[in-house]
Design a protein around this ligand. Structure first.
Ligand SMILES: [Zn+2]
Length: 242
């Protein structure tokens, strides 16, 4: 970390996104805070045009400051969408200074707006972490939570109303269902009694007893009868012979 003379009104310190530049003294609005400097890159120079880092400060179509050099303390200044400083560009002199646009209190982080191009390329994809955007996100989250709660309450109310409406209806339905159930029970019991009657008659028939399955079809029930028929003459003949 480069050392800063104590006469300067700022220091490098920890910020939300890594390091940042913080005021150590009150900096009045309009005061020049620091110069943003580094080697000048010429877009007409192929070698210069190939240089790429996140500290490039474009002055105009032709000239860009490579601010990645260690001595350029201004590179520690972070972006903010509602900053307390601005970059003051003198295109003719190819000079950039950071100037306070609000009075900055000691301990406050110094920041300036990096511009729409930087924002779109570097910050939008990861989400800007500046106070303004964090607050905006927090507000949106709070609003989303409130909306969710509102919808839930509405749904609960609706459900409660519906339940209230359905309460008498469902009572009727329930009684109908009971009637239906009892009807079906009746028909079932009728069928059972019919079956029982059949069972009874089958049991009553001495021929059917041998099958042991009174629920079988008539044909099967009649079979033992027909089979039994020749038996009886046989028995009769046997009985007559003995
Ligand atoms: Zn922001």
């Amino acid at each position: 970390m480069p050392s800063i003379p104590s006469s300067k009104p700022y220091r490098i310190g920890r910020s939300k996104t890594g390091l940042g530049l913080f005021a150590t003294q009150k900096i009045k609005k309009g005061t020049k805070i620091i110069r943003y400097f580094g080697p000048m890159l010429d877009s007409k120079n192929k070698k210069h045009d190939d240089i790429d880092n996140k500290y490039l400060f474009e002055i105009n179509n032709r000239w860009t400051i490579d601010g990645s050099v260690r001595k350029n303390i201004a590179r520690y200044i972070n972006h903010a969408c509602r900053p307390n400083a601005e970059s003051d560009v003198n295109s003719r002199k190819r000079k950039v200074v950071i100037r306070a646009i609000k009075t900055i209190q000691p301990g406050e982080e110094i920041n300036y707006d990096y511009g729409t191009d930087y924002f779109k390329i570097f910050l939008k994809p990861i989400g800007c972490k500046c106070d303004h955007c964090e607050k905006k996100r927090a507000k949106k989250r709070a609003e989303a939570r409130a909306e969710k709660l509102r919808l839930k309450l509405k749904a609960d109310k609706k459900a409660a109303k519906q339940a209230e409406k359905q309460a008498p209806k469902s009572g009727k339905k329930a009684s109908k269902a009971v009637v239906k159930a009892s009807k079906s029970k009746v028909s079932k019991s009728k069928a059972a009694s019919k079956r029982k009657a059949g069972l009874g008659s089958a049991k009553a028939s001495p021929h059917a007893r041998g099958t042991g399955k009174p629920t079988k079809t008539k044909a099967s029930r009649t079979r033992p009868l027909s089979r039994a028929q020749p038996k009886s003459p046989d028995l009769a003949t046997r009985a007559s012979s003995t």
